[in-house]
Design a protein. Structure first.
Length: 224
């Protein structure tokens, strides 16, 4: 179980953008988080993924409290998450080929031996052809780059996926392909999902339940 209880978080003293938010996601469950732009849902998603330390509140993962964040979190906790962000060009190193982008987490965790198997597996799963893997971000479309970012998020076989507006910048066919890839992975592994967005139709079709932002906290949200 991934549980966030009474989370308050922000980016400066006295300016929280999330106030008193609570959310629980069971293993294997897919939950949509619906809210308008700027309400604070992306900040909460980063807290859930252990990428942003909250000002107050608790996060537990499988019953174990989270006490450290980002690179200071224990490896078993931080690698339990795969995250896909809204803007792939801001989350991808422009110097890397797509193959190296996908391989980053394996190399960072010393699991180089898995590359020959995982790279072609994931490229096929997200719809990347071998020629695309040799290109750099400026040589591919946003949709192709987001496919690589999804593959990178899946490469360590995470138990939880956080998709923060993953398809907001993509066309309908690419959106359908990426959602299908996520669902194929969840079916095969039993991973839980938090899908953040402002498209209720998409979230309702994709997820088992959709939580509206105002249901999480009664306080007004601040800047993103």
């Amino acid at each position: 179980m991934l549980e966030l209880h009474d989370i308050t978080a922000g980016y400066g003293r006295g300016t929280p953008v999330v106030r008193g938010a609570s959310l629980a996601i069971a293993p294997g469950e897919s939950v949509g988080l619906l809210g308008p732009s700027g309400c604070g849902k992306s900040t909460l998603a980063r807290v859930a993924a252990l990428l942003h330390r909250p000002d107050s509140g608790t996060v537990t993962l499988g019953g174990d409290p989270v006490r450290r964040w980002r690179h200071r979190a224990p490896r078993a906790q931080r690698t339990a998450f795969g995250v896909v962000f809204q803007q792939p060009r801001l989350s991808a190193d422009p110097r890397l080929r797509l193959a190296d982008l996908i391989a980053e987490p394996l190399r960072a965790t010393g699991r180089h031996e898995e590359l020959p198997q995982r790279l072609p597996e994931l490229a096929s799963a997200v719809g990347l052809t071998p020629d695309l893997l040799e290109r750099r971000p400026h040589e591919v479309s946003d949709g192709q780059l987001q496919r690589a970012c999804l593959a990178r998020a899946l490469v360590l076989r995470p138990r939880w996926l956080i998709c923060d507006e993953m398809t907001a910048m993509l066309d309908a066919s690419t959106t359908a392909a990426l959602v299908a890839a996520v669902e194929d992975y969840r079916t095969a592994t039993g991973a839980g999902l938090l899908a953040v967005g402002h498209d209720q139709v998409l979230l309702d079709r994709w997820c088992e339940r959709t939580v509206h932002w105002e249901e999480l906290t009664s306080a007004e949200a601040g800047d993103r």
